[in-house]
Ligand binder design. Sequence first.
Ligand code: ADP
Ligand code: MG
Length: 627
Amino acid sequence: MNRKQKKMLIRIVIAAVLLAAVKLFKIGGWAGTALYAASYITIGYDILRKAFRGIINHQVFDENFLMAVATVGAIALAIYEKTGDFAEAVSVMLFYQIGELFQSYAVGKSRRNIAALMDIRPDYANIERDGRLEQVDPDQIPAGSVIVVQPGEKVPIDGQVIEGASSLDTAALTGESQPRDVKDGDDIISGCINLTGVLKVRTTKAFGESTVSKILELMENSSSHKSRSENFISRFARAYTPAVCCSALALAILPPVINLMMGMPGGWEIWVYRALTFLVISCPCALVISIPLSFFAGLGGAGKEGVLIKGSNYLEALSQTSIVVFDKTGTLTRGVFEVSGIHHNTIPEEKLIELAALAECASSHPISKSLQRAYGREIERDRVTGIQEISGSGVIARVDGAEVAAGNGKLMKRLGVDYMDCHSSGTIIHIAIDGKYAGHVVISDVEKPTSRAAIAELKKIGVKKTVMLTGDMGRVAEHMAKKLGVDQYRSDLLPADKVAEVEKLLAETGRKGKLAFVGDGINDAPVLSRADIGIAMGAMGSDAAIEAADIVLMDDDPMKISKAIKISRKCIGIVYQNIAFALGVKALCLILGALGIANMWAAIFADVGVMVLAVLNAIRALYVHKL
Ligand code: ADP
Ligand code: MG
């Protein structure tokens, strides 16, 4: 509890004790009235003040106003009827404040929970100067610097390990509790915690471009993407409170006036009391609080699982997913190709790989990375000029003065080079030197260990269709599609064709469901933004992917897709439960209140009770890991 909450608790206790004293010892007369007044002021002064300010600022209709009018009205009525019993007004205020306290505690708790999950912001980075470590603001460190990460410290900036070995705790990023081992040569991302060894890391990005900064930015902006349910609630509350106040006024005035006109006694006290009860019942707190809180908790719960969702609107869309479209390379497959053959080469194999690797030196495509790995030596970038990457086809560059083209059949056709087809299964990289065919390299990729299970799981939870899109050849695509059990595949697609395919699928789904596209952002960022929900494999994917996507999976595991859908459904389920429950109880109480069956006591119990239950229900969204 924070100080404000403690203060409120003390006020509640004092007011409750005073109230109990009057009631228990049946203190009457002036002494009783004074105690009631003390109790009422203690518990309600801030509400009265806020209501008064609201009136002055012409923002009348809020719950403070409702509470102030209802309780002051009840007091006035008691004075008028000379009962000397103000317990009702005091208790209404008391219960209202208990509810508020509970709610602020719950909200604070889930905020802290999320803050803890997202406690990945590094405070400093160590750099070595004259043999001593110096702590520097990570913002000050340019890409390409060498930093030192000691055991127990957070990795502050994305980079590559150049010395040392250790295991990393990635739980805050991926939800994965198993530590991940790294050694020199491995890429590491910021936000992990270094567990065992000292690591020297050469940073590959500036702090602002690093994973941590991206994630924090994403989390901070997520609240600005409101879901339809949330927008509905805020519009609802804006119209609702004035409507309720007008109804209450009508309830207080119309029946007595009608009675009088018909020559009967007016019964003002009864109807004014019913109108006041009506006001208390109508307080919309449960809805106004629990809906955003449910979404908030849902985003937090997903974050804990390594699924970063950029806003509650995407959470809502995700729950309606009916088609999931996958990119192949890097999404369903590991994107780590091994060279499995070199055929029809007119120059020695090593030379062919060398030229290909050099030509690929600027590409971030998994194929390029794999060729560079196969080459295995330091890339001398100054040997390469005039690099051109043709997205979805390959690269053309000048290496040692010769024009080297490496890519698929489409690239060869484009250059007018005759190429040899290959019958081995695998992705074929044709290479042409100075416009002459120089052979091809067969590389093959393997599926991720969980891909097949992930697709089966999607089916199981009711996703209607799974589709794989790829720029690779038909044969490779077919083989992979069969192996993984996807319903459909489309091959030989250029990045623009992928967008067109997704548009076709979007037209097919119509408004019945949502289309989610999962990719790594390499050659597919436009598709990520075109789909209803763009899901990026974040840890491996490019910055472009994190920008373009609506949802980022921190650890490239396709199983996380069905998990994310389940989380979203659970969260939306909770939202609907709360809407139905709160509105239902409200409607019932309003009718009972208007009919005079429910009194103000019942009203405040219903209001606070519904709110507490709705908030508790909302908090459940935070604990989604058991799904
Ligand atoms: P996917 O749809 O499987 O993710 P891409 O659209 O990224 O594949 O690429 C499609 C095809 O284009 C690859 O299978 C490859 O043949 C060729 N290609 C793309 N980029 C490169 C590159 N940098 N080097 C060589 N070939 C490439
Ligand atoms: Mg791709």
